[in-house]
Design a protein around this ligand. Structure first.
Ligand code: KMH
Ligand code: ZN
Length: 306
């Protein structure tokens, strides 16, 4: 694969899994989502991965009316690429989840590539607190029959076919190596066309762990399956966020940070904002000799509709 010269930073601003009780910095009002997204773009994120939330209580929302108040503000204030989630929340149907992308026809949206158990990893999230003991009752992690993230082949097909007329570039969320094979199958039957953009995800409980060996394994598998037909990025959940992003940038990959994926800025210290995480990884990337891609450079690298 030809070397990619610049690193694209995606910022995932709020997500659907963390709750406002976990960190005061997590944005959930329209104003806070808009402000933090704009600040993240100014700090160097060329792609903004966006979810909406119910502004009353911060619960996840896929209602286009909860996106409408902040999307135009972000578009007006920044040139960043807007990437809307189709992950929504774990309990919703695929039809509901793709509704925001159908409504707003963004340049990018996510596309989750397999069904799985899904939880943020309590240990990884806490940077491995020594004196913390897992508690089935207290920890939201796995004590629920609702933490199955459903993305059947039929769901994927429905999302791909419904969104095809919009010419949206998908951020293919791959949480384990099998998801790369699912993606290859979907390409072979014509659901997705090259060049595809893969988000390698590490450290979700239910997916592959956040070890560098696994990043190399995922990358080598993708090289074998997709050759020159793919671009890639890395998302390390919880405490793995900054270290895996750093490693990925040194491998000429792209990177994703943001409060959706980790609430922390360093061990034991909550991040103050999305922009703080973007600034930190940007500084690391630049200190190590790489350059960060502008939104237009990201558009060119990923072949977006623009
Ligand atoms: N929350 C991330 C681990 C989506 O929005 O479609 C994956 C994600 C899913 O971003
Ligand atoms: Zn997301």
């Amino acid at each position: 694969m030809a070397r990619q010269k610049k690193t694209i930073i995606t910022c995932a601003v709020t997500g659907a899994i963390h709750t406002p009780t976990m960190s005061d910095a997590l944005p959930y009002s329209y104003d806070d989502i808009a402000r933090q997204a704009i600040d993240a773009a100014e700090a160097g994120a060329s792609i903004l991965h966006l979810h909406a939330r119910n502004p009353e209580n911060g619960s996840p929302s896929v209602d286009p009316n909860d996106f409408a108040p902040f999307l135009p503000r972000i578009k007006q204030a920044t040139d960043a690429v807007v990437n809307l989630s189709t992950g929504g929340s774990l309990t919703l149907s695929i039809q509901d989840r793709i509704n925001p992308a159908k409504t707003f026809s963004p340049e990018m949206c996510s596309m989750n590539m397999g069904s799985m158990n899904f939880s943020f990893h309590p240990l990884a999230n806490r940077y491995g607190d020594d004196d913390w003991k897992f508690d089935w009752e207290k920890d939201y992690v796995a004590n629920s029959d609702q933490n199955i993230f459903r993305n059947t082949f039929r769901d994927i097909r429905e999302a791909a076919e419904t969104l095809a007329p919009h010419d949206i570039k998908f951020e293919h969320e791959c949480y384990d190596v099998g998801h790369l094979y699912n993606l290859k199958f979907c390409m072979d039957i014509g659901l997705f066309k090259a060049p595809i953009f893969i988000q390698f995800i590490f450290g979700i409980l239910g997916g592959i762990g956040p070890e560098v060996d696994n990043l190399i394994f995922m990358k080598r598998t993708a090289d074998r399956l997709f050759g020159d037909d793919y671009r890639w990025s890395v998302l390390g959940a919880g405490g793995a966020q900054m270290s895996l992003a750093t490693t990925a940038s040194q491998m000429d990959g792209n990177i994703r940070v943001g409060l959706e994926d980790s609430l922390f800025i360093s061990r034991g210290e909550l991040a103050e904002s999305n922009a703080q995480q973007v600034s930190k990884i940007r500084r690391i990337v630049e200190d190590l000799g790489s350059q960060v891609a502008s939104p237009d450079e990201a558009r060119e690298i990923l072949d977006l509709k623009g």
